[in-house]
Ligand binder design. Structure first.
Ligand code: DC
Length: 217
């Protein structure tokens, strides 16, 4: 069977990560969480204190290696050999990733890395611009969305379960800001590709989203 390139784009909290991970497992595909790459870049920029300087950022990128590895705890991201998977999930890095993702120097750096990760097919790529910019010729494109309230509740639960101290109101406000950043930036804004299959997961179970996607695939 053909090893397809499948993209899943959509806003935060729509269920992309859960669905992408499960779908990849069922199909025997590789799962690529591109948001994690933006988050790692944000962590590197914050650590090097060069968030605002495009020249310093581009120098920094020459020194970074990013690699996904499958471990016992699922997909882990290693930056320069160090597992940064947990450190990139804080609310601060989340917001910084969104802010930095509007910068051309950041998007340009990650474009080739993402294309390289998906080029052989047999892959599910999750992000914001996978179907519009990174893989415009992907075999199957999904755009997964859900109502704002539901997305905020899901994200709040996810963060609380990880022990991160944050209120639901803060999560909802951060999410609103991030949606705005991600969908109004001039470079590769979050939007459905014209040929994307749109799925609203608000009232759907995980299983029914997976079944719907599998039918299309
Ligand atoms: O999917 P996520 O929440 O982990 O993504 C973090 C941020 O990274 C998101 O707010 C915007 C940016 N991002 C992007 O611009 N393009 C992608 N393909 C993936 C993420």
């Amino acid at each position: 069977m053909k090893r397809r390139i499948i993209t899943i784009d959509g806003p935060a909290g729509a269920g992309k990560t859960t669905i992408s991970r499960l779908l990849a497992k069922r199909l025997g595909y590789v799962y690529v969480d591109t948001g994690a790459l933006y988050r790692a870049v944000a962590l590197a920029a914050a650590s090097a204190n060069c968030v605002e300087d495009e020249d310093l950022l581009s120098d920094l990128f020459k020194e970074i290696t990013l690699e996904f590895r499958n471990g016992q705890n699922g997909l882990r991201l290693f930056m320069n050999g160090e597992d940064v998977s947990d450190r990139i999930r804080t609310p601060e890095i989340t917001m910084l990733a969104s802010r930095l993702s509007a910068k051309p120097v950041v998007r340009k750096y990650l474009l080739d890395i993402q294309r390289d990760m998906g080029k052989d097919g047999g892959v599910i790529l999750e992000g914001r611009d996978m179907g519009t910019v990174v893989f415009p010729h992907a075999d199957v494109k999904f755009y997964l969305d859900a109502a704002n309230e539901i997305r905020a509740t899901r994200r709040y639960k996810e963060l609380s379960d990880k022990g991160i101290k944050i209120t639901r109101a803060e999560v909802a406000a951060d999410m609103k800001k991030r949606d705005e950043n991600d969908s109004t930036r001039s470079l590769s804004p979050l939007k459905p590709a014209e040929d994307a299959i749109r799925i609203d997961s608000s009232k759907m179970s995980i299983e029914s989203v997976l079944e719907t996607m599998k039918r299309y695939i």
